[in-house]
Write a protein that binds this ligand. Structure first.
Ligand SMILES: Nc1ncnc2c1ncn2[C@@H]1O[C@H](COP(=O)(O)OP(=O)(O)OP(=O)(O)O)[C@@H](O)[C@H]1O
Length: 430
C-alpha cells in the first residue's frame, strides 16, 4: 500500500474506533467535525468537501474521516505530501492532539462531542426524495452543525434560500436571527450601509441611524444571496469584517464585535469571475470553505410529481377549492424543462389553477402560445395595431420582471442578455 518510498503506510497506533474527532484548522469558526462513517475529500478544488485555499494544498489532497474501523487520513497523491506529527504518511490513523500537515497547511486533530443522529425528515418546505436531493440534504445537515461559511451554488429558483434557512434552522444558531440580504437588489451606493449600518447624519438623507445586516444577524446567520453582484470595493470591506469579526457603521467610529455565520449563494460561475478579476479570490475562498450544489429540477425530474402534489394542496387551501392534476398533466410536467426551476413550476400550476376549476391536464398547464405569438412571421406581428401591441408587450415584459424579482433574473428566465431586456423595456416605454 506504500505509494512512495518516504511515505509511511499506517502509523502503528491502534484506531480509536468510537471517538468522534474534529479538525481544528486554526481559523475562525471552530473545528470541523469529521464524519465517522465517511471519508471526505480535502483539497483546494471547489468540489472538495473541505476546501483549503492554500497554495501548498493540492486540488484533491487527501481523504479524512472514518473508514468503519477508525478515523484516518489518506493522501491522494498530493504534490506536497500529508504529514502526521511531522512524519510523511500515505495513510494514518488519527487521534486527538496529532498535528496534521497538508503540504504547508497545518491543522490539529481534536476530540469532539458525538454528533446527534441525523434527522431524516426534510427541512421545512423542502420537498424531494430523489437521491441527488437527499444527498444535498445530508450535506446540509452535516454543515448545519459547523461554524464555517457555506457557499450554495445552483440555478435560479432551485431553493438556495430554503437551503440557507435549513443550515440555520438545523444548527446551533437556530434560536438566533436569520437575516437575508439580496446583493442583486441593493443599489450600489447603499451596499455598505445595508451590510454594516450607518450612524445618523452619515450621508445626505441619513436622518436616522440604520442597523446593518451583520449586526441584525448577531448570533445567527447572514444569508448573502446573489453574492457575485457585490461590487469590488465592498468585497474588500466584507473580507475585512469576516476576518476581524467586527463592523464599523458608515460614518461611525466605534467597532462592534459580531458573531455571525455567513451563508452565501450564487448561480454564477464564481471561478470565472475570480479569473476575470471581477470577484476577489481571497473573499471567494473565505466564503466557500464549505460548498453545496443545489440541484436543478433537470437533475431531479422524479421529484416533480411530489412537488406538484404539495403545491396543489397549498393552492387548494389558498383558493378554497380542490386543485387536482390529471395523470397526463403530471407526466407532461415531469417530461418538461423548467429553466426557472421550482419557482417556475409553482407559477405554472398557480396560473392554471387560477384560470381552470376542473382537473388540470397538459392543455391547462401548458397552453399553446396565443395567436400573436403563434402567428409566426414578423409581417403578421406588425399587422397588430402598434399602440395595442406595444402596450401588451410592455405589460408582459413588466409582468415577467415583477415575477422574477429583478431585470437580471427575468433576463435569465427569458434566456436573453440583461442589456437586451433593458433595451426592450426602454423601447416599449418610448
Ligand atoms: N425543495 C423544495 N420544495 C418545495 N418548494 C421549494 C423547494 N425549493 C424551493 N422551493 C420554492 O421555490 C421557490 C424558489 O426558492 P428559493 O427562493 O429558495 O430559490 P433560490 O434558488 O434562492 O432562487 P434565486 O436564485 O432566484 O434567488 C420558493 O417559493 C420556494 O419556497
Amino acid at each position: 500500500m506504500q505509494s512512495s518510498s518516504e511515505a509511511t503506510t499506517l502509523l502503528p497506533s491502534p484506531p480509536l474506533r468510537d471517538l468522534a474527532l474534529a479538525l481544528d484548522l486554526d481559523r475562525a469558526g471552530g473545528p470541523v467535525a469529521l464524519d465517522p462513517a465517511r471519508l471526505i475529500l480535502v483539497g483546494s478544488a471547489p468540489s472538495a468537501d473541505l476546501r483549503i485555499g492554500d497554495p501548498t494544498v493540492s486540488a484533491r489532497h487527501a481523504r479524512i474521516g472514518g473508514d468503519g474501523r477508525g478515523m484516518m487520513v489518506e493522501d491522494l497523491g498530493s504534490t506536497n505530501g500529508t504529514y502526521v506529527d511531522g512524519v510523511r504518511v500515505q495513510r494514518a490513523w488519527l487521534a486527538p492532539g496529532m498535528r496534521l500537515g497538508l503540504g504547508g497547511f497545518q491543522a490539529t486533530v481534536v476530540a469532539q462531542r458525538a454528533a446527534p443522529p441525523p434527522r431524516l425528515v426534510n427541512p421545512p418546505g423542502m420537498i424531494g426524495s430523489s437521491p441527488v436531493f437527499q444527498d444535498m440534504l445530508a450535506r446540509l445537515r452535516k454543515f448545519a452543525g459547523l461554524a464555517q461559511a457555506v457557499l450554495l451554488r445552483g440555478e435560479t429558483g432551485t431553493g438556495k434560500e430554503l437551503a440557507a434557512r435549513a443550515l440555520h434552522g438545523e444548527g446551533p444558531r437556530a434560536a438566533g436571527p436569520f437575516v437575508a440580504v439580496n446583493c442583486g437588489a441593493i443599489p450600489e451606493g447603499l451596499f455598505e450601509s445595508e451590510l454594516f449600518g450607518h450612524v445618523r447624519g452619515a450621508f445626505t438623507g441619513a436622518a436616522r441611524a440604520h442597523v446593518g445586516a451583520f449586526v441584525r444577524a448577531h448570533r445567527g446567520t447572514l444569508f448573502l444571496d446573489e453574492i457575485a453582484e457585490l461590487p469590488l470595493g465592498l468585497q474588500a470591506k466584507l473580507l475585512r469584517v469576516l476576518e476581524t469579526r467586527r463592523v464599523v457603521p458608515v460614518g461611525g467610529e466605534a467597532e462592534q464585535a459580531i458573531d455571525v455565520r455567513v451563508v452565501s449563494a450564487t448561480h454564477q460561475p464564481m471561478e470565472r469571475l475570480v479569473a476575470e478579476g471581477r470577484f476577489r479570490c481571497d473573499l471567494y475562498h473565505r466564503l466557500s470553505v464549505l460548498a453545496v450544489e443545489v440541484p436543478g429540477l433537470a437533475d431531479r425530474p422524479g421529484d416533480i410529481p411530489e412537488l406538484l402534489a404539495q403545491f396543489a394542496t397549498e393552492l387548494a387551501a389558498e383558493f378554497g377549492r380542490p386543485v387536482r392534476l390529471t395523470e397526463p398533466g403530471l407526466r407532461a410536467a415531469a417530461a418538461r424543462r423548467f429553466p426557472g426551476n421550482i419557482r417556475e413550476l409553482r407559477n405554472i400550476l398557480l396560473r392554471a389553477a387560477a384560470i381552470h376549476d376542473g382537473p388540470l391536464g397538459p392543455l391547462e398547464l401548458f397552453p399553446a402560445p396565443g395567436p400573436a405569438a403563434a402567428a409566426g412571421s414578423p409581417a403578421d406581428a406588425l399587422a397588430v395595431p402598434r399602440g395595442t401591441y406595444a402596450a401588451m408587450h410592455r405589460s408582459l415584459l413588466e409582468l415577467v420582471v415583477r415575477e422574477a424579482g429583478s431585470i437580471r433574473k427575468a433576463a435569465t428566465q427569458l434566456d436573453v442578455p440583461r442589456s437586451t431586456l433593458s433595451a426592450w423595456l426602454k423601447d416599449e416605454a418610448a
